[in-house]
Each structure stands twice: as C-alpha cells, then as structure tokens.
Design a protein around this ligand. Structure first.
Ligand code: FES
Length: 338
C-alpha cells in the first residue's frame, strides 16, 4: 500500500511523492529526490518541522520535546523524520521548492476543445500526456503557444485524470484569449508547469461557503467534484457572482451537484440592476446569517481583488471570524490564477 503525499512548498510549488506503508515521510521524500529540510533525522533537532493540513499519521514517541512540543503536535505540526502516514496527506513545507532541490513539474497536453461559453468565459479542454495529481482548487501555468509568456489557470476538473478542464476569462487583447479564440485547434500542443497554489480544499467538518466571481468559479468546480466523489454531507452554499446575466456559465453543472451533494445549494448573484436574477448586486449583499453560521464555516473565495477585499471587509464589519478562510485573487493578463 502506498499513500500520496502532497508537499506544498512556501513558494506555492506542489510536489507529490509516494510513501510506502510504514515509511517515514522524510525517507520517502529523499528516495524520490526531494531534499526536505533535515539535520539529525532522529527527532532531536526540529529542523524537519512542517505542518500537516490534512490526512492521518503517526508520530510515535521517539522524539524530543525540544524538537516538537506537545502543543505543536496538537496543532498538527509534524517532524517529517518521524511522521508515518496512515492516509494520503497534505504537508506544508516552510521553505521554497528550490531549497529542497525540486521544482515545478512540466507536462504536455493536446488541445481537445475550446468553447466560448459567453463573451467573457472560454472553456479549454485538454488531454494531458499523463494523469496529473493536484489538490482541488490549485492552478497550473500554461505557456501561450508561439510565445514565451505563461498564464496561470485553475483546474475546473478533478485531480488525477488525463482530462484537464479550465474556465478562462476572455480578456480583450489578452495573448491567451486571442490564441484560444482565433488560432487554437484540436490537437495543438500545450506545455504546462505545476501544479501550484495554496488555494485548495482542506479536510474538515464545518459547513462550506464557496464564493466565486466570474471565472473564479473554476477552482470551486474542482472542489465540488471532489466533494461529490467523497459523498460529502457537509452543508455547502455556493454564491456565484457575475456582472451580467449572460456571464453566468456552467449553470447545468452547478445544478447537477444538487443530485450528488445532499447539503448543497447554489445562488447566482448578478450585479446588473436590470437583471432578471432574484439576487442582484454584489455577493457581499447576499451573505446571510445562515451562510456565515456565526463563524463556524470554512470559506473559499476566488475572484478579482475588489471582490476579495469586499468580502474580507464585510466579514470584519459583521464581526465574523470564519473557522477557515482561503482565497485566490485573480488578475487578468498576469501570472495569477484565473
Ligand atoms: Fe532533526 Fe527531524 S531532522 S528532528
């Protein structure tokens, strides 16, 4: 039996390694040429201390309190030289990938389909050369064919599949948007590097509040598919904010999750005052008490910076400190996830 261990480095790079049953994470990492920080390798120095954000593991009791205190162990801090996983795990490593002699993985893919879902959203479907592990919510860099530029896009599809899907904002004059809408053909080759990012679904029991702005829906679609695959019973509310009615895309997919996730509902929110949508205005105007659950909620937000700032301010004004709050800001034409 092996477990998949995601090592999430300080610079956002993620490397997946396999850990055999009974094997320590540090040993598994070095076996796969990832030089995690270490000194003694014996539970004495504390140099290998990391944070395990999901998964089950044993630390044993063969390490010194100076290396890892009881309090730190209770907070799921781990010594990788002692940690033996009992399930797949996600570990945050407090150094950059290059310091561990690893880097972004590069892979190739063929374009399968490009669809203009609206004036503002493009769906790109690719066939990856090999199945790609990533954490639901993460993004990957795609090189714009015929140029040296790269753009970062969140997967809207499930991790571990050969099919990769992306929901891409159609940016007027944007190099990737122009390539996709004018030139891309089925079979065109793409080079991708990643996965990356700290915006990914964490394990937990708290109700979920998912907030999407425009094509910020992409990583949340990946999370919803993952939750559906886990047969999650967590209460989930998705607020999907757009500017105009015609910007709402993937609504059939969003509705279909009501059949697979018993605690799920979704609400569109349209900024246009002329919209026929029952929820008009901004997402922040539709955050009700039930969704915020007095702070006992995990919030995942992906949207443009003003939306992220507005939601943060709204939570602050209402005195809500969520149990978990993760966000991804996307910025057109820059190397941030979109
Ligand atoms: Fe020293 Fe793990 S390497 S405690």
């Amino acid at each position: 039996m092996t477990f998949n261990i995601a090592l999430n480095f300080e610079d956002g790079v993620t490397r997946f390694i396999e850990c055999n049953a009974g094997e320590k994470v540090l040993d598994a990492a070095y076996r796969q040429k990832v030089n995690l920080p270490m000194d003694c390798s014996d539970g004495v120095c504390g140099t290998c201390k990391c944070q395990c954000v999901s998964g089950e593991y044993d630390l044993g009791d063969d390490y010194l309190e100076e290396a890892l205190s009881e309090e730190e162990a209770d907070e799921r801090r781990v010594l990788t030289c002692q940690m033996i996983p009992n399930s797949d795990c996600v570990i945050e490593v407090p150094v950059a990938a290059a310091q561990c002699k690893t880097a972004l993985a590069t892979t190739g893919a063929d374009v399968v389909e490009v669809s203009l879902l609206s004036d503002t959203a493009i769906e790109l479907v690719v066939q990856l050369d090999e199945p790609l592990a990533f954490l639901p919510g993460q993004y990957i860099n795609i090189q714009v064919p015929g140029s040296t530029q790269v753009r970062a896009y969140s997967f809207s599809s499930l991790p571990g599949s050969r099919e990769g899907r992306f929901l891409i904002r159609n940016v007027p004059g944007g190099v990737m948007s122009q390539w996709l809408t004018r030139q891309a053909r089925a079979g065109d080759r793409l080079t991708l590097s990643g996965p990356m990012g700290s915006f990914y679904l964490r394990d937990g029991e708290r109700p979920l509040l998912l907030l999407a702005g425009g094509t910020g829906l992409a990583p949340l679609l990946s999370m919803l598919q993952t939750l559906a695959g886990q047969e999650s019973r967590r209460p989930i509310t998705l607020l999907y904010g757009v500017t105009r009615d015609c910007d709402l895309v993937k609504t059939d997919a969003l509705e279909a999750f009501t059949q697979r996730l018993p605690g799920y509902r979704w609400l569109p929110v349209v900024a246009d005052a002329e919209s026929a949508c029952p929820q008009r205005g901004f997402v922040t105007e539709h955050l009700d008490e039930a969704m915020l659950n007095e702070g006992d909620v995990d919030i995942y937000l992906c949207g443009p910076p003003p939306m992220v700032n507005a939601v943060s301010a709204a939570l602050r004004d209402r005195g809500i400190t969520p149990g978990g709050f993760w966000y991804e800001k996307f910025i057109a034409s820059q190397s941030a996830a979109a």
